[in-house]
Ligand binder design. Structure first.
Ligand SMILES: [Zn+2]
Length: 370
């Protein structure tokens, strides 16, 4: 393991702008790096479908032994403000951070670097390995759209390790919630608020009646719900004719999710009826849950890898969604692994150099454990 090479590569990659839909430049660099390692690289058509600069990168490395094909995956896009990142090595604290004006982009370039370096070590030391696939996805942030549009006909992997979680290496995420996105449009009736308010139907009053009667935020240990966006209104002298609400519900348990979503839908409808307002509701299942048994082979492989590097493994669940949800939904058993990204999606994002190094070791050890 060459730590300097790993750190330099991380610094290089975080300085290449790659907001969602704008991953073209980083993709070019990554394709070259993968080919140098010996991968054959394919770029799918997800970019054309989504209107982005590039598709997902799907790279395959022929194995030297016949075992199950393993996939490693991380996403190329980063959140805003994420352009012009100036990474700073803070030697005293052993971390890499941004200069405080942007995110760092360790989410998810730490995962990308760990995959590249971990596989390089396998090749350089002539370690036997099975077929390996690497997927670097686009548009993970805000919708998992790259993974949803991945060309699954090109995927031969039996299992996938997604490197896109915040815990230190050792963390294995085996459970993650399903999510419903709930869009509501309440159509009341405008009226002059001073002259004839009694002729109007106030959309905000319908919404507030509904929300007052709704179970929200923490529902139980597996289930959450939130009203995220409310938009409406024209002027103070007009009874609010229309209001749009975007809400979500999540649960590790699909039955509970269905129950919570139905409760929210019914409560909006009931309030609409009470006031005589029209309520349009659209529910979309954003992603399915992950629920992998601790005794499953994929978890055992990860645990063996961590044992070999004397790192304690820690099986965990998350409240967030990731490409892992989409891979599982498409029949590829996948877990999400911690790479140590901290305070992701904030200007205070940083990563410990030790975690970056251990993440790369983790990839090497997983390949050895198969
Ligand atoms: Zn991420």
């Amino acid at each position: 393991m060459e730590n300097k090479r790993l750190i330099d590569e991380f610094l290089e990659l975080v300085q290449i702008n790659s907001l969602s839909f704008k991953e073209g430049n980083v993709a070019k660099v990554l394709i070259k790096k993968l080919e140098e390692i010996g991968f054959s690289v394919y770029v799918d058509d997800a970019g054309e479908k989504l209107g982005g600069e590039t598709g997902n990168i799907i790279a395959t490395l022929k194995g030297t032994k016949k075992r199950k094909t393993v996939m490693f995956s991380s996403h190329m896009d980063t959140v805003s403000p994420g352009e012009g990142v100036k990474p700073i090595i803070d030697e005293e604290n052993g971390i890499i951070k941004s200069d405080g004006t942007t995110v760092l982009g360790s989410d998810d370039k730490a995962g990308i670097c760990a995959i590249l370096e971990g596989i390089r070590v396998i090749k350089e030391n002539n370690i036997e390995h099975s077929d390996i696939q690497v997927v670097f996805s686009i548009c993970e942030e805000g919708g998992l759209r790259g993974a949803k549009n991945l060309d699954y006909s090109k995927i031969s992997a039996d299992m996938a390790f997604v490197l896109d979680s915040g815990g230190a290496p050792g963390e294995i995420i085996t459970k993650a919630p399903a999510q419903d996105s709930i869009k509501v449009k309440i159509k009341g009736k405008p009226a002059h608020a001073g002259l004839q308010p009694e002729n109007g139907i106030s959309a905000i009053m319908v919404a507030s009646r509904a929300i007052e009667n709704m179970n929200l935020l923490r529902i139980d240990e597996e289930t959450t719900a939130n009203i995220g966006i409310v938009k409406g209104g024209i002027a103070t002298n007009i009874v609010m004719p229309e209001l749009e609400i975007v809400a979500e519900a999540r649960s590790l348990n699909e039955e509970k999710l269905e129950k919570q979503t139905n409760h929210m839908v019914e409560t909006f409808k009931k309030a609409g009826e009470d006031f005589g307002a029209e309520v349009e509701i659209e529910v979309v299942r954003s992603y399915s849950p992950i629920n992998i048994d601790e005794n499953d082979e994929i978890v055992q492989i990860a645990k063996k890898a961590f044992a070999n590097m004397s790192v304690e493994s820690n099986i965990a669940s998350t409240g967030g969604g990731s490409d892992t949800n989409i891979l599982n939904k498409n029949g590829i058993k996948a877990v999400n692994l911690g790479v140590g990204m901290t305070n992701a999606h904030t200007l205070e994002e940083y990563i410990k150099i030790e975690d970056l190094v251990n993440s790369a070791k983790m990839v090497t050890e997983i390949i050895k454990a198969i």
